[in-house]
Design a protein around this ligand. Structure first.
Ligand code: FES
Length: 105
């Protein structure tokens, strides 16, 4: 499945990603600069923050209490904010677009 990251400066990075890998891992594997993933995906750093259009919401797993708590601390939270380490690629997410914030911390 394809995931597209759009950096804050408009740079578009399109990746053919393996199923079951998290969107954070996919970004890090491919050197996407706007995602850091400092905690390695344990939902404890919030440096994998991205904005995912609400049209994808029905296909995403619900936000856990821990993720919601971590999202409260990101620099520019929005309704569409998610932590990319909590989202695993699967065929349903083929074509997903993740907009990256200006900064992660
Ligand atoms: Fe740390 Fe996602 S990688 S919260």
């Amino acid at each position: 499945p394809i995931v597209t990251f759009i950096e804050h400066d408009g740079t578009v990075i399109r990746i053919d990603a393996p199923n079951q890998r998290s969107l954070m891992q996919i970004a890090v594997d491919n050197g996407v600069p706007g995602i850091l993933g400092d905690c390695g995906g344990s939902c404890s750093c919030a440096t994998c923050h991205g904005y995912i259009d609400t049209s994808w919401a029905p296909r995403l797993p619900p936000i856990s209490e821990t993720e919601a708590f971590m999202l409260e601390g990101v620099p520019e939270p929005r309704e569409t904010s998610r932590l990319c380490c909590q989202l695993r690629m699967n065929p349903d997410l083929d074509g997903i677009v993740v907009h990256l914030p200006q900064e992660q911390v």
